[in-house]
Structure formats: C-alpha cells, structure tokens
Ligand binder design. Structure first.
Ligand code: WT7
Length: 567
C-alpha cells in the first residue's frame, strides 16, 4: 500500500487550501499552469528529472527533462508572441500525440493565451465548427493535418496563422502559413511569463451537446488546484512513479491528467503515439516500467478481448495502481484486471465540464465492481429527483447526478453561450446530464445518460451533429442518429436515413455515406451502420423520435409515447 491516507482521513476536515498550500499558492497570487508544470519543478531542483518519455508507432523515441520542457515551452511561447498572439487569444493545438502537443500546450498558457486542443482525427467540418465558434487566432498542426485546415481557411477570417511544426522546406508555404520546428528553433532560456491570475481562462475544450453545436467548455488557471490534488490522491502519483495516461489531449482527460496534473506533480510521464494494439500497449508498459496507469473502459475491454495468454508474455510487475474513466466500467473488467495484473481498475467519474475527478474509487477504499465509487473529498454529490430537482434521500432510487458548484476546476461558462451554461443549474445544483443510484454505503452506480448523446468508446458524439452532416450528403433526405450496442465500444453510432427521390438503397451508398461522415466529422462519429427506412417516427409537431429507434436497437420497451407525440 502506497497511497496518501484513507478516504475517511482525507474527507475529514477537507479543504481545497490543502492543495493551495502544497502548490505554495495564496489567493491573489499569479497562477500560471505553464509555469507550474515546468519552471516550478526546475526551481524545486528537479530540472534534470525526465518529464516526458515519448515513443511513436515506428519505435522512434524522444526524452525530455523538466529543463527541456521548460525551455521548449518558452521557445514555443516566444514564437507565438512573435506572431502577435496575446493573452486571451485562442490557439488551437491540432496534432497527434507528438511532444510539440504537450509542450506547446504549456507554451500557449505561458503567454496567457487560451489553449484549444482538438482531436487530430477531426475532419474539416468538425474543425470548422470549433475554430469558428472560438474565433481562434492560430492553429498549430502537422503537415499531414494541414490540408484539413487549408480547406476551411477562407471561411475563417479570424484564423491568422497556420503553424506547421514539420514543414517540408521543398514545398512553398501557403497563405497565412508559417513553419516552426522545435528542434530547429533557438532555445529560449527565459520567457516573461504572462502573470495570469486564478480566474483567467486557460483551456477551451469542445464537448458535444444534445441539440445545438458543440460547446466550448471554458476552464481557468485555478483548475490546477483541483487537478493537482485529485491526481495525487486518486491516481496516487508519487515522485518515483512512471505514469501513463492513455488519453489523447484532444479530450479533457488528456489535458487535466495527461499534461497538467502529472507535470504539476513533477512526475515522469510516458506517451505512446500510436493506435491501439494489446501487444504494443503491454510492450510499452513493460519497457517504460509503468507504475500508474490511467486508461478507459473501451481500451480495457479490448485488452480483455486479446486474452490472458498475451499478458503472460510481458513482465508487467512494475504496475502498481490502475484507474479508468470515460464510460461505464463493467464489473467483469475490474475482476479481470485483478486476475491478470493482480490489481483492480479504479473507476473514476467526471466530465469535460467538471475539469477534474468527481467520483472516485479512492485508493485503499473497498471497491464494489461496477460502481463509480464515492465523491472526492470536498465534492458534494447527490442524485436529484428528475421532476422536483430535490435530492433523493432513500438509497437505490435512480436520479440525476448533481454536484454543488464551487469546486476549483469547474468550468466557468460555455464559450459564447452563457444561456446554455445557466441551464445546467437547478435549485443551486450543477446537473451533470447523467443518471445514477446511490447505495446505502454512498457508492454511485451509473445507470445512463439523461440525453441522446452517444458515448462511443469514451468519446461523446452528438446525434445532432451527425444528423446535420448527413443532411449535407446529396442522397439523404432525413436522418435520425442513435446509439447501437457494441461489445467493445459499448455504444456505436447508427443512422436511420430516408433517401431523396432518385436514390436507391445499396451497400455501396451505405459505404459512401459512412466515409462522407468520417471525413467531414471524424472516425468516431462515423455511423457503423446505416439503415434505410421509408419514413422516420415523428411527433405530431414533426420532431423525430430518436427514443423509439433507440429502444428498438436496445430491445427495450418503447414506453409511453403520448407525451412524445404532443411535443
Ligand atoms: C461523460 C463525460 C472526463 C472524462 C472523459 C469524458 C461519461 C465519464 C464515467 C464513468 C460511466 C462515465 C458520462 C459523463 N462518463 N466517466 N466512470 N462511468 N460514465 O469526458 O467527454 O465530457 O464525457 O462520460 O456520461 O457525463 P466527457
């Protein structure tokens, strides 16, 4: 046992000032995440400690100490400043999991600009919606992703710079394009770090909404206080740990716990920039001697599927603590990991909006496989009656997961969308949009989302976004998008479509439509199945009843339709 005290001890007299004290932060001080994640660690005498051990699919390796990260993020920060990027400007990071993504993130924060990470598999339409909404001033990308940006440049007058980190000098730069190479640039030893205060914006993450377009979740530098302490206590990261967060920084897990928390803790983290394969993952964990591993249920289920035999080919005895987030973690996965690794996966629950872990299987706490655990100390969590929005007091009754606002890493608003932000609160509670029941011991059990959003492999996909994109295909007249069950990803996207006159259903057309969505939005949003129908179930006012189609897919009772029909 290695953890920092029991849940009960930690919950007693809890105060976020514990985190502030450890970080030597006092109200009113300058607080810059970029500085905390590099300069401060060097100042503490750990400059020569490895901060990032990186490897890609081809087996290429890179190593960065904290001094390297400090200097390289200074270098990127100075370069951006030289382009005229100022505090408050949005800078998008649109890269695979290359070192420039992690270090560039700090560089953006160091000059007081707002980091807007976007998943590199996004297609031009997904990209356009998010860059347009944020009025992003610069985007940092790799040459392989640059064409997607070039395609929408004309529609984005606010986007002044397209920065390419691996530009091919043989090719001329296009309009607004600029080349930057971290290896080639003169290292900047000292940078005037922008004196951000706690409440100044730091990160803008886009998350899918049920109805409208994706929403920009605005976080502030003070989020560090929550991310730091939750990582320390829940992920149990100690000074000598080798930490592996498998999430992509295009999503919040990959920034909160894939950049900010581990580096603010001065830990050594490892990154594997490649697609999933059980063999490659085990090999990497063995080679890097990973001790703490934060991953996601879909990955765990894929490892389970690869079987127990393959695990035996590797020496994974370095593993000490395992945690998971993003979607329901089935009890079988917890039991399996205990069998093959001798360690259970500790489920954690949180959201882009919460910025940090909210519900947790705290290290040392009794794990009930299938449960998300209990609220992190200092978090007041409940389930509300869906009609009255009053806390449910009897154990076991399903309600809406809600939190009392005010934890440090909570989003401060949705970008340009205060109205939707306000709608997330009822009776003084923040509504997560998920449902759960709480048992007599205070453990939370996830039962489902309270909206139509699809959680595929831990990634949220809005049916609205996919439906809108489908309508842009010449053959599609109408569409309805719902989740369909899947063994590994839990849910995948399925589209029901009616065709325009002159088009006939065929497998070829199905493939064409799938590819259309994959390119426009992303591989995650691509329907895994398209079902041609003559008409879609609708309410009297013409609204498509996704619920009916969803129930059919999941073999559930359709329930009372009378309310829907009157919508
Ligand atoms: C949604 C948030 C912040 C983590 C990455 C996802 C679902 C998250 C769990 C869990 C069941 C979970 C919820 C939540 N979710 N963790 N342990 N068990 N469901 O962030 O993209 O904002 O998604 O993921 O539905 O609302 P996100």
């Amino acid at each position: 046992m290695y953890y920092f005290g029991t849940y009960e001890d930690r919950a007693k007299n809890f105060d976020w000032s514990i985190s502030e004290k450890e970080l030597e932060y006092k109200a009113g001080d300058v607080l810059n995440i970029g500085w905390y994640c590099s300069d401060r660690i060097c100042k503490m005498g750990k400059g020569d400690k490895p901060a990032l051990l990186w490897e890609n699919q081809a087996g290429k390796e890179k190593r960065y100490t904290y001094h390297d990260v400090r200097r390289a993020s200074n270098t990127i920060g100075a370069f951006l400043r030289g382009l005229g990027i100022k505090d408050g400007d949005r800078v998008c990071l649109f890269m695979d999991k290359v070192p420039e993504l992690y270090i560039g993130f700090l560089g953006v924060l160091k000059i007081g600009a707002i980091a807007q990470p976007l998943f590199s598999a996004f297609g031009d339409e997904s990209l356009f919606i998010r860059l347009n909404d944020a009025q992003t001033k610069a985007i940092i990308t790799q040459r392989k992703h640059a064409p997607k940006v070039r395609k929408i440049l004309d529609k984005l007058p606010a986007l002044e710079h397209l920065i390419i980190i691996d530009h091919d000098p043989a090719r001329p730069l296009g309009p607004r394009e600029v080349a930057f190479s971290l290896d080639g640039a003169a290292p900047v030893e000292t940078l005037d770090i922008f004196p951000t205060k706690a409440e100044m914006p730091s990160v803008l993450h886009y998350t899918s909404g049920t109805t409208g377009q994706p929403k920009g979740v605005k976080h502030v530098h003070y989020s560090l206080i929550g991310q730091y302490l939750t990582a320390r206590w829940v992920l149990d990261i100690h000074d000598d740990d080798i930490y592996w967060c498998t999430a992509d920084p295009g999503w919040v897990t990959g920034t909160s716990y894939g950049i900010i928390a581990p580096w603010a803790l001065g830990a050594t983290q490892v990154v594997l920039d490649s697609g999933f394969s059980a063999e490659a993952w085990y090999r990497f964990a063995e080679k890097m001697k990973v001790t703490v591993w934060y991953s996601a249920p879909t990955a765990i289920r894929s490892l389970m599927k690869a079987g127990d035999e393959i695990v035996k080919k590797f020496n994974l005895s370095s593993l000490r603590h395992l945690a998971s987030v993003g979607e329901p973690l089935n009890p079988e996965a917890v039991i399996w990991s205990e069998r093959v690794f001798g360690l259970p996966f500790h489920d954690t629950y949180w959201q882009t909006e919460t910025g940090a872990i909210m519900l947790t299987n705290f290290p040392g706490m009794k794990i009930k496989p299938g449960s998300m655990g209990r609220p992190f100390p200092g978090i007041t969590a409940t389930v509300l009656d869906p009609k009255t929005y009053e806390p449910i007091t009897e154990p076991g009754r399903v309600g809406l997961i809600a939190f009392q606002p005010g934890w440090p890493s909570m989003m401060r608003t949705y970008w340009n969308n205060e109205h939707t932000y306000k709608a997330k609160f009822k009776n003084g509670w923040y509504l997560s949009g998920d449902r759960a029941r709480i048992d007599k011991d205070g453990y939370f059990w996830f039962t489902g989302r309270d909206d139509d959003i699809i959680n595929t492999g831990g990634h949220l996909v809005s049916p609205f976004e996919v439906e809108s994109a489908l309508l842009e295909h010449q053959a599609v007249a109408e569409s309805a998008v719902v989740a369909k069950p899947d063994e590994v990803n839990m849910e995948v996207v399925k589209a029901f479509v009616t065709l325009k006159p002159g088009f006939t259903p065929s497998p070829d057309l199905e493939l064409e439509i799938m590819n259309f969505i994959r390119k426009k939005l992303s591989p995650l949003a691509m329907p895994q199945e398209i079902e041609y129908v003559d008409s879609l179930p609708k309410t009297r006012s013409g609204k498509i009843m996704r619920r009916v189609l969803h129930a059919k897919e999941w073999g559930e009772e359709i329930g009372d339709l009378s309310t829907l029909e009157n919508d």
